[in-house]
Design a protein around this ligand. Structure first.
Ligand code: NI
Length: 182
C-alpha cells in the first residue's frame, strides 16, 4: 500500500500554487499510482497533487461508478469552456462539508498523459466539474473560497469539531448518499 496523506483545510500548504511538471518519468508515474490509490481509498473521484503536498501541476480523476475510468492530467489547461452548471461539491481536503458551486458545464482540456503524450478531452457533467475543481487546487484555491467569509468561518469551526470527534470516536467512513467528493 502506498497511500498518501491528504492535507486538510485550513492547512496553508493547500494555498501553494503548483509549478509545471518538467519530466514525465518513472518517479512521476509512481506518484500518479500512489495518488490513484489514495483517491480510491478515500474514497473520492478526484485528487490534485497539491492535496498530497506535491506542488506540481498534476491531477487524477475517476468519475465512473465502478472505478474503470482512471484519467491522469499532467500540466492541464482548459482551452475552451461553455455553459454553466451548479452542483453540490465536496472535497477530500474539506471532509464532510458540501456546498453548491457554479462551474462551466463543458470544458475542453489539453494535458499530457502518464506517457508524456499530449491529449485533448471534451468533458461535461461530473467530469467537467471535477477537472475544474482539481485545477483550482493547483492554483491554491478551494471550493469553500466561492462561499462567503462567514460560511467559511463556520466550516473551519465545524472541521475543528469533527477532528476532535474523530480523535475520540472510531471514524465511521461509510460513504453516504452525498455529493461527489472531489
Ligand atoms: Ni478537492
Amino acid at each position: 500500500m502506498n497511500k498518501l496523506t491528504i492535507l486538510e483545510f485550513p492547512d496553508p500548504r493547500l494555498r501553494t500554487r503548483a509549478t509545471p511538471v518538467e519530466a514525465v518519468d518513472d518517479d512521476l508515474r509512481a506518484l500518479i499510482d500512489a495518488m490513484f490509490e489514495t483517491m480510491y481509498a478515500a474514497p473520492g473521484i478526484g485528487l490534485a497533487a497539491t492535496q498530497v503536498d506535491v506542488h506540481k501541476r498534476l491531477l487524477v480523476t475517476d468519475v465512473s461508478a465502478d472505478k474503470t475510468e482512471p484519467l491522469c492530467f499532467i500540466n492541464p489547461e482548459i482551452i475552451d469552456r461553455e455553459g454553466s452548471i451548479i452542483t453540490e461539491e465536496g472535497c477530500l481536503s474539506v471532509p464532510e462539508i458540501y456546498a453548491k458551486v457554479e462551474r462551466a458545464e463543458r470544458v475542453r482540456v489539453r494535458a499530457l498523459n502518464r506517457d508524456g503524450m499530449e491529449f485533448e478531452i471534451d468533458a461535461d457533467g461530473l467530469l467537467a466539474v471535477c477537472v475544474q475543481h482539481e485545477m483550482d487546487h493547483l492554483e491554491g484555491k478551494l471550493f469553500v473560497d466561492y462561499l462567503s467569509e462567514l460560511k467559511r468561518q463556520r466550516i473551519r469551526k465545524q472541521l475543528e469539531k469533527n477532528r476532535k470527534h474523530r480523535e475520540t470516536v472510531e471514524p465511521s467512513l461509510g460513504a453516504g448518499d452525498h455529493a461527489p467528493v472531489i
